[in-house]
Design a protein around this ligand. Structure first.
Ligand code: AMP
Ligand code: MG
Length: 401
């Protein structure tokens, strides 16, 4: 690597070395725990299902009572889901519905389609196998089973699973407070007229959306003009209110780039040039007790560097154990004959043949590419791609979790 330039992995190692999980936990109702990070592993204190129950609408019976080709049984009771029947008398069947407990003595359920009614009884047209249509006690979860690991973000199905074993509240890490601000005198908010030479503040929307996708508590300080004093003021305020501050723009070495001197004046800063495309300048430091990450202003670069660096940093801060995205080996249905000397993150999309198409313009100012894409190909420096090659694909579905 060139002097003063870090590889993506070196920069990521340093970023992660600076991240500490929030210590505080809180207990929240399971109903509002989706998206939160579980702070303690959960075990089941019960069996699921808690009793043997029927997997079908039909008749519970005893196989030993079935004599002959089309045996007849008297229907002596009816068991609905939510009620418990009596023991099955010899020579009888119980009308039973899906989810209802199997009565004592029954050893199979015959589905209703396989019987004919006859007066008070039924004729069994197709003999069930032993245990047929019976869901056994504990067949899903056994008492004592580990069901959810600490350090994972709870998905809707995880909260459903916790609820299925009667867990009404869950211990989670407190939310990370993420401060955002956007530097640049050229920035204008959508809704306001756009004077010549100005641009809309698209990063505000992309970065707010990302912060929300990662379940942060967002403090948005808006547009900060290119001035050292104002930048320092906003930094001080954000540092007093947030765990992490993420900014866009102002980290190059241009005349109007005040983020670097402002962070240096208020805290500590490391400036890195990273051998990646898009991306390059990244600032990492600390202001008071808050961590600071300064992303490039360029919209594609700030999006990609957020996903590659801020995402794992945030996940670690949130208490998540596995912070690296899982990549997929996928087939490139495109050529990339002139690779860069830096590691590239190419915007690609799944096609109907199960391969990846490339957005035609990979210019880092073209935000359209990020919206069109389904994810990024992580392409090593200098590696040419030919159609048919397997490449390392990072789908957004992995990068957003
Ligand atoms: P900078 O890193 O401040 O030199 O900005 C690099 C490029 O990104 C410039 O073309 C800026 O106009 C553009 N840019 C900076 N901030 C934003 C933003 N919040 N939204 C959209 N574009 C931006
Ligand atoms: Mg700027």
């Amino acid at each position: 690597m060139n002097k003063g330039v870090l590889s993506v992995d070196e920069a990521l190692d340093r970023v992660l070395a600076g991240a500490r999980a929030v210590a505080e936990t809180e207990t929240v109702p399971t109903l509002s725990a989706a998206g939160r990070v579980l702070a303690a592993a959960q075990r089941s204190t019960m069996n699921v299902p808690p009793l043997d129950n029927s997997a079908m609408d039909g008749y519970a019976l005893r196989l030993a009572d079935l004599k002959g080709a089309e045996p007849r049984l008297r229907v002596a009771q009816k068991i609905l889901a939510g009620s418990v029947g009596g023991a099955l008398a010899v020579g009888t069947a119980a009308r039973i519905f899906t989810g209802a407990p199997i009565p004592e003595g029954a050893d199979a359920v015959v589905m209703q389609e396989h019987v004919a009614s006859e007066g008070e009884g039924i004729v069994v047209k197709k003999l069930p196998r032993p245990g047929e249509w019976i869901r056994r006690v504990g067949s899903d979860i056994r008492e004592g089973d580990a069901i959810l690991s600490a350090g994972t973000r709870l998905r809707p199905q995880d909260t459903g699973l916790a609820a299925s074993i009667g867990i009404a509240s869950l211990p989670v890490y407190r939310r990370v407070r993420l401060g955002l601000f956007f530097t640049g005198d050229e920035l204008v908010m959508p809704g306001d007229p756009l004077p010549p030479g100005r641009i809309y503040n698209s990063n505000r929307f992309t970065l707010n959306g990302l912060a929300q996708a990662f379940d942060c508590e967002v403090r948005d300080y808006g547009i900060v003009p290119d001035s050292l004093d104002t930048t320092r003021q906003v930094l001080r305020r954000a540092a007093s209110e947030c765990d992490v501050i993420v900014t866009s723009g102002g980290v190059s070495v241009g005349d109007a780039d005040f983020v670097k001197p402002a962070v240096e004046a208020e805290g500590e800063l490391l400036m890195w040039r990273i051998a990646m495309k898009p991306g390059r300048p990244l600032a990492f430091g600390r202001v008071a007790r808050a961590s600071f990450i300064g992303l490039p202003g360029n919209p594609v670069s700030s999006f990609v560097t957020f996903l590659i660096f801020v995402r794992p940093f945030l996940l670690k801060t949130q208490g998540i154990a596995e912070v690296h995205p899982r990549a997929i080996q996928a087939r490139a249905d495109f050529d990339w004959p002139e690779p860069d000397a830096r590691r590239e993150f190419l915007r690609v999309k799944w096609n109907a043949r199960g391969g990846l198409d490339l957005y035609p313009t990979q210019d880092s100012a073209v935000l359209t590419s990020t919206a069109w894409a389904d994810g990024l190909v992580d392409n090593p420096a200098e590696r040419a791609i030919r159609a048919g090659d397997l490449v390392k694909f990072l789908p957004y579905s992995e990068l957003y979790r």
